[in-house]
Write a protein that binds this ligand. Structure first.
Ligand code: HPA
Length: 281
């Protein structure tokens, strides 16, 4: 079966089991430690990834792998709790299957969240970072191979991956809530190993402010389909070449959990007002 047919099959199954998703639904991908937001969704219905035909099954224990439909602050949301990483062995198409499914279901606005290491020395651990742009350093892209024209064009533009109006909304809401919000460039590497001091120095010199193992390939697939994106990182550790500290998965999960309250509050406030933007999408 062709890739786009597998995605269509996944979308059709979700429709069948959970009903048609509400028009104007926002998509949300919750990264490491940020699942609390999906757990708090109202009127929720969910499916396990393992039950959705075509969905890759994630192997990372910290990523539960559930698709959750419900509302947040009155806005209909379809959330992906758990993602598929390249380092698990998925190729870029498999890693973006779930995001493609949201696009196939009509999601026009997508919020991508992740846990990331701060490369910018002035950034505070525990703060959220608004992703203003990204560097995909994985060496792969979900657009490799045949292009499915109904989704998007062969050579999609990437001059504004993260929507300027959504970014402004995030900055306004962070100010209103008194949340320190860093802004910067997110870099995706393949992982799963963390970076050496020399790599960290190079990535910083390349222009990245934060680094992680997800998001860019999802953003590329979503932009290809014309979705409008907001990206938010939770800065779980500082990744500084001259004072490297060990960043174990336990530390990343613990820090993400601690910092997730601010990020969840911010996302709630954004979702409350995103309706106007999703209605237009
Ligand atoms: N490097 C890569 N991925 C990460 C990091 C990091 O320092 N922190 C959280 N995810």
């Amino acid at each position: 079966m062709k890739y786009h047919e597998m995605v269509r099959q996944s979308a059709a199954y979700i429709h069948e089991k959970l009903g048609k998703i509400q028009a104007g639904s926002a998509g949300l991908v919750t990264g490491t430690g940020l699942g609390g937001l999906t757990e708090a969704m109202e009127n929720q219905k969910s499916l396990s990834y393992g039950d959705i035909p075509g969905f890759p099954v994630s192997t990372v224990a910290s990523h539960a792998g559930r698709l959750v439909v419900g509302t947040v602050e009155g806005t209909p949301v379809i959330a992906l709790h758990g993602r598929h990483h390249l380092y698990e062995g998925f190729d870029a198409r498999q890693a973006t299957h779930a995001v493609r499914t949201l696009g196939e279901m009509g999601v026009g606005v997508l919020i991508l969240t992740n846990a990331a290491g701060a490369l910018n020395p002035s950034f505070a651990t525990g703060s959220p970072m608004l992703i203003e742009d990204h560097i995909n350093l994985t060496g792969t892209t979900p657009l490799r191979g045949d292009n499915h024209e109904p989704w998007g064009e062969r050579f999609p533009d990437m001059c504004e991956v993260y929507d300027s109006r959504l970014r402004r909304l995030a900055v306004d809401k962070a100010l209103a809530l008194g949340i320190r919000l860093e802004r910067g460039v997110y870099m995706q590497v393949m992982g799963p190993n963390m970076e050496t001091p020399a790599e960290t120095r190079m990535y910083r010199a390349m222009g990245a402010d934060a680094i992680g193992m997800s998001t860019c390939v999802e953003a590329i697939a979503a932009r290809h389909m014309g979705m409008r994106l907001l990206g938010l990182s939770c800065l779980t550790n500082k990744n500084l070449p001259d004072c490297m500290q060990e960043a174990s998965l336990e530390t990343v999960i613990a820090r993400a959990g601690e910092a997730s309250a601010a990020l969840s509050a911010l996302i709630r406030a954004i979702l409350k007002e995103i309706r106007e933007l999703t209605d237009e999408a």
